[in-house]
Design a protein around this ligand. Structure first.
Ligand SMILES: C[S@@+](CC[C@H](N)C(=O)[O-])C[C@H]1O[C@@H](n2cnc3c(N)ncnc32)[C@H](O)[C@@H]1O
Length: 335
């Protein structure tokens, strides 16, 4: 028996046109992976910046531009820039404020409309005109060869098939265009950070079990006035983180997608452990208890350890152990 030849379409189906918005009234726990991402991040969009201490001032401008300048030391003059999975605009807005994107047309896309609304208003508040469009990073709603620079920060680990997003970024980049993906967790770095989170959490619970100290604990979602649906949405947090990455796999994936000048660097070892310990306590303690001295200590402690990681530990510890991965790649000109 001869099998019928399979007819392949010219290109992937236009998944960008497929609805990702949750069906009203549907239980968010039963949604498919992308609708779940959209629902969770819509819900999180109004509190996201508080949770991750995002701001548009010296602290975050320095953080974003240092990540970018590690792989694009003196690049400039990007005519058009797209951030994928832009969220509330942390990366694109702070990079623009740092002067890394001077003169560029700024575009942002995300699967969550809620995130994009906050992104547009954050841009406007900083005098930036950011064109936003809801879309899936694995099926971008933009024409081929539209951008000189494609950015992403902390988005690839949310994507079911990251290689598809690399291919889509390649498609929408102009020849010679640059891709910078930052803020992705490495496999080993993530395992180490979980050990830190777990032990910090256990230590905090043990100390605050002492009578008189239990009031230091943050009340649960319901006790602090949240609805049943808030509780369900909060519970999705660990379902939307899909991947961690090995640096060499990301390099291979980028080369297979057609990129050249592929480079993956990693950073944050002790700084990351310190950061997760701080964030675990911030997430566990009664709101309003930790004041400015805590915030300043956390910031300066993180900066000091970051210097230790960059200046010393990066020379002796394998890159796999560092938490944060940054990918740089270029789309070649046609031969
Ligand atoms: C951890 S947040 C990062 C947001 C922002 N880039 C930042 O660094 O603050 C992850 C973002 O990825 C978005 N996202 C998840 N899946 C996506 C997909 N398939 N396509 C586009 N964006 C997606 C989420 O809606 C969310 O805004």
């Amino acid at each position: 028996m001869t099998a019928e030849p399979v007819e392949l379409p010219d290109r992937a189906p236009d998944l960008a046109a497929a609805p990702v918005a949750p069906v009203p009234g549907a239980d968010p726990r039963t949604l498919d992976v992308k609708a779940k991402q959209a629902a969770y991040h819509d819900w999180e969009s109004r509190t996201y910046e508080d949770k991750f201490a995002i701001s548009y001032d010296e602290r975050c401008i320095t953080y974003a531009s240092e990540r970018f300048r590690k792989v694009v030391p003196d690049g400039a003059g990007f005519g058009s820039v797209l951030e994928i999975g832009a969220g509330t605009g942390f990366f694109v807005v702070n990079l623009a404020l740092a002067g890394c994107l001077d003169g560029a047309d700024l575009h942002a896309t995300d699967i969550s409309d809620g995130m994009l609304e906050v992104c547009a208003s954050n841009g406007a508040a900083q005098g930036l005109d950011i064109a936003t469009r809801q879309g899936d990073a694995e099926a971008l709603p933009y024409d081929d060869a539209s951008f000189d620079l494609v950015l992403g920060h902390a988005v690839f680990h949310h994507l079911p098939v990251p290689a598809m997003a690399l291919a889509e970024a390649f498609r929408v980049l102009k020849p010679g265009g640059t891709l910078v993906i930052a803020g992705e967790p490495t496999e080993l770095g993530d395992r180490l950070s979980w050990a830190v989170k777990r032990s910090t959490w256990r230590a905090f619970r043990t100390v605050t079990a002492v009578p008189g100290l239990t009031s230091l604990r943050k009340p649960g979602v319901r006790e602090s006035g949240g609805s049943e649906s808030d509780e369900v949405m909060a519970g999705l947090e660990h379902e939307v983180d899909l991947h961690t990455f090995r640096p060499r796999d990301v390099e291979k994936m980028a080369r297979l997608a057609g990129y050249r000048e592929v480079r993956v660097i990693t950073e944050e070892l002790t700084a990351n452990w310190f950061g997760w310990a701080v964030r675990t306590i911030e997430g566990a303690v009664r709101p309003g208890l930790l004041g400015l001295p805590w915030a300043l200590g956390a910031y300066h402690g993180y900066r000091a350890l970051h210097r230790l990681d960059d200046d010393l530990l990066a020379r002796i510890v394998p890159r796999e152990a560092f938490y944060n991965l940054i990918l740089h790649a270029r789309k070649p000109y046609p031969a």
